[in-house]
Design a protein around this ligand. Structure first.
Ligand SMILES: *[C@@H]1O[C@H](CO)[C@@H](O)[C@H](O)[C@H]1NC(C)=O
Length: 171
């Protein structure tokens, strides 16, 4: 029998982790620049939509210029040699990859998705899909639902297709 996990202790550890992270980030952010941190463990993927040019008129999502899709995360899958050797050295660990970027005029939105989503959507494909709906003026909650619906109903995603769309508002 495995020893029982103490739920109270586990909850406390998670809460403490969030509190400490919040506290440290607040201390670090007094300098004024807004940064986004993406920490991941596992095979979910975060994709950032960034415009290549800051001199466009108006909001970037309203222009027809395609946004660049930047994959921020490295999937932790044993099929990749780098991840396989990491597992062989230390086993499966709780150490995330952390990626940070500064929020400027060029960052439009970010898509966080489970591996299922990325099996049926390429990064640029998903960015284009979301950009088009933003251009139509749809709220982000509707857009994320449309993205998942497209993945499941049209593209026959069989795996977990959970997705979160985060739009960076300015002004
Ligand atoms: C799908 O993935 C999300 C995010 O990781 C998770 O919260 C949820 O429990 C998963 N659903 C299933 C059915 O595994």
């Amino acid at each position: 029998m495995l020893p029982q996990l103490d739920v109270k202790v586990a909850k406390k550890a998670i809460l403490e982790g969030f509190r400490k992270t919040d506290e440290l980030l607040l201390q670090e952010s007094v300098s004024g620049n807004l940064c986004v941190f993406v920490a991941n463990i596992g095979d979910a993927k975060a994709v950032l939509a960034r415009s290549s040019n800051t001199n466009e008129l108006g909001s970037h999502t309203e222009t027809c210029i395609p946004l660049k899709a930047i994959v921020l995360t490295r999937e932790h899958k044993a099929i990749y040699p780098q991840e396989r050797s990491r597992i062989q050295k230390f086993g499966v660990t709780a150490t995330p990859d952390i990626h940070a970027f500064e929020l400027t005029e060029r960052e439009n939105f970010m898509i966080l998705g489970c591996d299922g989503l990325w099996e049926v959507f390429g990064p640029s494909d998903a960015v284009g899909f979301v950009q088009k709906l933003l251009k139509e003026g749809l709220p982000v909650s509707v857009i994320s639902r449309r993205l998942v619906k497209e993945a499941v109903k049209e593209r026959r995603c069989k795996d977990n297709c959970t997705a979160i769309v985060i739009v960076f508002k300015r002004g």
